[in-house]
Write a protein that binds this ligand. Structure first.
Ligand SMILES: C=CC1=C(C)c2cc3[nH]c(cc4nc(cc5[nH]c(cc1n2)c(C)c5CCC(=O)O)C(CCC(=O)O)=C4C)c(C)c3C=C
Ligand SMILES: [Fe+2]
Length: 388
């Protein structure tokens, strides 16, 4: 067997407060996050949104110590996976490719090429597939492969689209939930609250993103594995922007449970395997406050898996099995089961269509924001872009 490598894909996060704005710029420049009918608008809009959002986002990162722990945790996961693979008799180097911050996916591929890797497993650290996460990283990799044809000749690759139904992962999640449940005075009375990162509803309904289905299936598998009598709810957090996202929204669901008289609640973050801003700040600080306000007096959260040994062991098995089974190419990965278009391409139609209304709204908002910025600062947006 030739040299074996595993590429872990992740989102990346700002390591210090000064990184927040450029990180947000990278995120909003991604057409898998916001897709504009005019590609030339992508850069200016990403600049505008990242500039307007940076202060609020920085404040959130300040509350968790001044930066995202994502790089550190992903590095720990990579090291643990490499050691576990070696214990299982597979010598492999594990690389990290982040989508929006260091170490970038492009850098990881350059290192993989330099190291002479001949067989590569591409493994996203997102259990469920979404166009906006794994899909975005796969699309970037496809482009890197297109730009450098020597990669095709040197590296035989295989992709894992999602792995939310792996028995080891499901067992590890159920184990962490059981540990937290047992800390409550009356464990059977606790309401289990699965909170997944949301996506705009159009991703699922128009572009065929399997994300919602995979989140629902994943929740059902964990509940089944847990085998406890607790009632449970699934809701979606972290909505950004004016469009409709998957429902119920976490904040609404918490208020409703509070109104129903739920007092003991255990939050289970379901769409990400590391601690990050949305567990440490959004759930632990914002949603806790909201829940307590709604009358939920005992609020706890299940920690993220991070380097949980059962989870890492399962990832190692998954990497070995992928290496041994027929390969799945990057170009094939956009959901083999359903013949649907995976990307949220907005097709432009003239007339009073929904897309036109959304775009009228967005452009009016940009104009309105520009006016407010000018009223507050005395300078127009063109000054900020450096054009005036
Ligand atoms: C499965 C997980 C995730 C999905 C799906 C997802 C979609 C998605 N996210 C945004 C916008 C933002 N995400 C941000 C941070 C962020 N997102 C995820 C995961 C998913 N995103 C993680 C793990 C992180 C945090 C990284 C870290 O620093 O710890 C941010 C920045 C933070 C903020 O300002 O709130 C934004 C913005 C959209 C629009 C989207 C789907 C279209
Ligand atoms: Fe996100």
């Amino acid at each position: 067997m030739g040299r074996f490598g595993v590429l872990l894909l992740n989102l990346g996060g700002p390591e210090q407060l000064g990184d927040v704005r450029p990180f947000l710029f990278n995120l909003f420049s991604d057409p898998e996050i916001i897709r504009l009918p005019f590609p030339w608008l992508q850069g200016p809009l990403a600049w505008l949104i990242s500039t307007l959002r940076a202060q609020k986002s920085q404040e959130n990162y300040r509350q968790i110590g001044g930066g995202s722990p994502l790089r550190r945790i992903t590095e720990e996961q990579a090291k643990a996976l490499e050691e576990c693979l070696s214990r299982k008799g597979t010598d492999a180097k594990v690389y990290i490719g982040m989508r929006y911050w260091h170490p970038f996916t492009e850098e990881a591929i350059a290192t993989i090429k330099r190291d002479g890797v001949e067989k590569l497993v591409i493994l996203p650290l997102y259990p469920q597939f979404s166009i906006s996460t794994s899909g975005s990283s796969f699309r970037l990799l496809e482009q890197i492969w297109k730009d450098d044809p020597s990669l095709e000749r040197q590296i035989e690759h295989t992709v894992v689209p999602s792995w939310y139904n792996r028995p080891g992962y499901v067992r590890a999640m159920a184990q962490l939930i059981a540990q937290q449940l047992n800390q409550f005075e009356e464990p059977d009375r606790v309401h289990l609250f699965f909170s997944a990162h949301g996506v705009p509803i159009s991703y699922v309904e128009e572009a065929g993103d399997p994300y919602q289905q995979e989140i629902e299936d994943c929740t059902a598998l964990i509940v089944q594995q847990l085998n406890r009598p607790n009632p449970h709810t699934l809701a979606y957090q972290s909505r950004v922007g004016p469009v409709e996202w998957l429902k119920p929204y976490t904040e609404d669901a918490l208020e409703e449970l509070g109104a129903q008289g739920v007092k003991d609640l255990l939050v289970v973050p379901i769409s990400f395997v590391s601690e990050h801003i949305e567990t440490l700040q959004e759930i632990d600080i914002e949603y806790r406050e909201l829940a307590e306000h709604a009358g939920i007096s005992n609020f706890r959260r299940v920690p993220a898996l991070n380097t949980h040994s059962g989870f890492i062991d399962d990832l190692a098995n998954l990497a070995i099995e992928s290496l041994e089974s027929p390969s799945l190419q990057l170009s094939e990965v956009m959901h083999p089961k359903k013949n649907v278009k995976m990307y949220p391409q907005e097709r432009w139609e003239w007339g009073m269509t929904t897309a036109a209304e959304v775009w009228n709204g967005r452009l009016a908002m940009i104009g309105f924001i520009a006016l407010i910025v000018e009223l507050i600062s005395g300078q127009g947006l063109l000054h900020y872009v450096g054009l005036l």
